[in-house]
Design a protein around this ligand. Sequence first.
Ligand code: HEM
Length: 231
Amino acid sequence: MSVAEHSIAGAQARGHGFLASSVGRKIIMAGTGVILFAFVTVHMIGNTQAYMGAESFNGYAKFLHTMLHGGGIWIFRAVMLVVTLVHVWAALSLTLSNEAARPVGYRLLRPSASTFASRMMRWSGIVVGIFIVYHLMHLTTGAAHPAFDPADPYANFVSGFKVPAVAGFYIFAQFCLGLHMWHGVWSFTQTLGLAHPRYDTLRRAFAAGLTLLVVGVNISYPLAVLAGVIH
Ligand code: HEM
């Protein structure tokens, strides 16, 4: 029996189910992480329409809002909300059970097997969470955008990033997203059982490559507006 099977069997034998085992919650965190990761990648690609001009970008936004007779975006929103909440719940409950298992901290912690990104998971996750709330109020509802026009997402995008403090926060949040995704991809490939010397180089390249791509392109949007490339 593998360590994972042993842990699940142990939790089940104690009268708890899959959710009570730390491996079960890790699998849930990995599964929801993959969905969030796919969304961020598709969203980054969709936003490249901004480089094609106002008509393309607004046409793309209109498509998102009208697909499936306007119901598509609400189905998407409901799925994203549930997936995000489950991801946060799994992360919180795993952190709490880990802390309960070791109430006294290590006297001397030498994080030899951990990286900066792994130690920052909690903080990078919190910044990404704050970013998402701000981002929705900024470019979706307009509550945090002084010149919001619901009929012109392109104008909202350009006037939004013209404010250096806003552009700076977006850039900072993308670095945090990058740290989170980098360790997240590394970790979920491990949860999926791919941690093997034969695959490690590939896992490392996949985690770093996709993270750099998403973060690099996302950061290019505020920078392109500040530089006047998108106007
Ligand atoms: C600089 C990078 C980003 C840009 C330029 C950007 C741009 C936009 C724009 C323009 C919208 C509104 C679309 C519309 O109303 O038609 C939007 C919505 C949204 N964005 Fe982003 N985004 C970025 C990064 C992110 C990231 C990193 C996340 C998640 C971690 C994210 C999550 C969302 C969500 C959940 C929505 C709401 C979709 C909806 O329900 O209407 N965005 N984004």
